[in-house]
Design a protein around this ligand. Sequence first.
Ligand code: SF4
Length: 505
Amino acid sequence: MSQYEPLSDEAIRQRAPRILLVDLNNEATFPTLAIGSLATPLLKAGYQIEVFSPLAYGITALSRDVEETLLNYVLTRVHFAASPLIEWANEWLLQLYYRVRFRSTRAMADAFQKVLDETAFDAILVSSYLQYHQLLITLAGQAKGANIPLLLGGPYFNQKSVTEQWIDIPGVTAIFGGEADFVLPDIVRDMVQGRDLKHHPGVFKREITVLGQAAPPAMLTDDLPIPNFDHFAWDKHPHRLIPIMAGRGCGWGHCLFCSDVTTASTRTFRSRSMASVLREIQVQSERYQSGNFIFFDSKLNSDLAMWYGLIEQFQAVVPGARWVASVHVDGKGENGLDRESLKAAYAAGLRRISFGLESGSQRLNQLMRKGTSVERMSAFVRDAHEAGISVRTTIIVGYPGETAADLDATIGFIEAHRQYFDRVKLSKFKAIPGTGFDQRLASKPHKYPSVTRFQWDYLLARARFVFRPPQLRQYRRSKARLIKLVHRINRKSLMDEAQQFNGVM
Ligand code: SF4
């Protein structure tokens, strides 16, 4: 195998370096924002790019909500089982599921090899979620075989504990932990020229001793590049959803379980200017001939000026636009989610709203530092529904400290608001490194007597542990009731206007 031939300045002057972007993210029905955000600065700097997406070769992306079939109901019961008889198998089943679902198939490897054989790329950039570990090993091996340097990035690689597990994969030249919007062209240039990368903040290599120092958060100035989705197969998707972010991070940011506020691009809360967001909405709508937008903000009402501004101006910028967003129903003060604001949001095109109920128990919400009140969430779901907006919520099951009484409170809340909910997403509590829960468990383990055999798996940024709530039998019965109730709600048919946003948020 010959060594990689770095490009000289003269070679770059004569031919723009060719960069392959590999999309190991989870979005299937709309373009990947991360890839679009990498594409623009590279194109602006004069690079040639191509995008390779495994989703085009048989890997199905994760939907945020799956269709509620009987089989799905049974699988959910097994997944959430707390019976000692089944629980042992759960972890094994989950591992198996990951291996099968995100495996690297022969067809995928062949398709990737074909792409590498057809074009002489100068560098490969991979944006990856952690589930794709096996697949990444295969692709990186192929990159190595073709002598092409490969830079890996993704939401979790700002964390040293995670990055250390991935840094030695053969074929991975370096890992980038941070936001690449403004720095990527320079990093790539040094890469294709075979230069040392250690002066770039956030670049991790085994031999760079500063392993673990993520790049500082990017300033979201008005020259933030507008993502380019030209390489996405728009014709395959009837709803033509355009992803956008009006800000990064969460204005609340205290929920102990939350990993949204620990990832590379959302570690701190920053909002963009209203003018730049409206300009992006207009440009993208014209470019991709669509008025359907999905806001990827952790919570779009984090910046109330942005929230009200969008409500006021969206239709003036793109008449007939439809959009979907996630919000935080804060327990105190103004949160932009009063009845009149929600009616105005509907008039502005908001058709699906998602929020984290997490639990119908005020006690548990406080334990999670959720910062909300059950009373306020009650008013919110009613008002949003009555405004005509499709309401979706998420619930966490198994947060350490949860009891049967907490689950009963959640069941009571869902029952009482059943007619207002279109979709409810149940998730098993996941301990994630870097979260408030991680820090609290490390400093005050005695606060979590129901958690035993705790063990981190940094490769996938999760933990294995046993959660034993008091009154286990009663807890299990309540959990089964909750699963059944959610199953019934999720079988509801949706109003036409919300259909296009189902499964995406
Ligand atoms: S409000 Fe949402 S995004 Fe913000 S910290 Fe809580 S869970 Fe995370």
